[in-house]
Design a protein around this ligand. Structure first.
Ligand SMILES: Nc1nc2c(ncn2[C@@H]2O[C@H](COP(=O)(O)OP(=O)(O)OP(=O)(O)O)[C@@H](O)[C@H]2O)c(=O)[nH]1
Ligand SMILES: [Mg+2]
Length: 239
């Protein structure tokens, strides 16, 4: 079974080499890595290109015209499917998503279709954020759970593993979400289509930054997008 780990990057020059080293050190059979970089000004792509010359399992997908985390993830998924992936794992490059969990994802996907790395189940944690940010994350997840009517504890987790058939069913070109809500759209459609979703505990470590990118507008857009998803898709029947 072939696994491809998709890692969207924007200005991750300080992290990417170390992350790839950690992932490759896991020595997982039949695993490839696809870094999807949006032409980062800090030269992330150059670093990945050099690594890929020595490591045939590491690939670079360089996007020069478009930008955006959601679109980069979808392009990565598309290429992973083209390369014949049976399982696709998506993770961030800044070590918030510890690569040590990759074997746990692959164990769990054995008897389900989507695995979510969850901060909010027993054994999971959210480290490094202030109490207010933690509260907003938790309340946000409860909001998504209630509005969409799904039994998931960490609805915004971006550390996930999909079986190939799930990404094929979701039809990557048909997604409607703008921005971060694409995470919710993939999750919601997976459940509506009848796929089995399982959460496994992860400890999420917040990147150290002077100032968070988080703001009220991002939060409000997220809340509205979830209502739009409910409106558009709640009548969807199982496949
Ligand atoms: N390709 C691509 N990747 C992106 C873009 N924006 C963010 N990323 C990557 O997506 C992942 C998550 O982004 P982060 O900036 O860590 O987002 P976050 O975790 O919500 O915010 P932080 O608290 O700043 O860590 C990282 O690997 C980023 O490098 C983008 O526009 N294009
Ligand atoms: Mg981050």
């Amino acid at each position: 079974m072939k696994t491809i780990v998709v890692i969207p990057t924007y200005n991750e020059a300080e992290n990417i080499a170390k992350l790839l080293e950690h992932i490759l050190a896991l020595k997982i059979k039949d695993m490839e890595i696809m870094v999807v970089d949006d032409n980062s000004p800090d030269g992330t792509a150059k670093i990945v290109e050099e690594i890929s010359k020595k490591e045939p399992s590491a690939h670079l997908l360089l996007r020069k015209t478009l930008k955006g985390r959601g679109a980069a993830g979808k392009d990565g998924f598309r290429h992973a499917l083209e390369r014949g992936a049976d399982y696709v794992i998506e993770m961030d490059a800044d070590f918030s998503h510890d690569p040590k969990y990759i074997p746990d994802f692959l164990d769990a996907i054995g008897d389900c279709d989507v695995v979510l790395g969850s901060r909010f189940i027993k054994g999971g944690r959210d480290i490094g954020r202030g109490i207010i940010r933690q509260l907003i994350s938790r309340l946000g997840s409860i909001y998504v759970r209630k509005v969409l009517g799904i039994k998931i504890h960490d609805c915004s987790s971006g550390y996930r593993c999909f079986r190939r058939k799930v990404l094929e069913a979701i039809k990557l070109d048909d997604t409607v979400s703008l921005g971060p809500a694409v995470v919710h759209e993939f999750l919601y459609k997976s459940i509506l289509y009848g796929f089995r979703v399982k959460e496994i505990p992860i400890v999420f470590l917040e990147r150290r930054r002077e100032r968070s990118k988080f703001n009220f507008q991002i939060m409000l857009e997220g809340f509205i997008m979830v209502l739009i998803l409910k409106f558009l898709f709640s009548k969807t029947r199982q496949l």
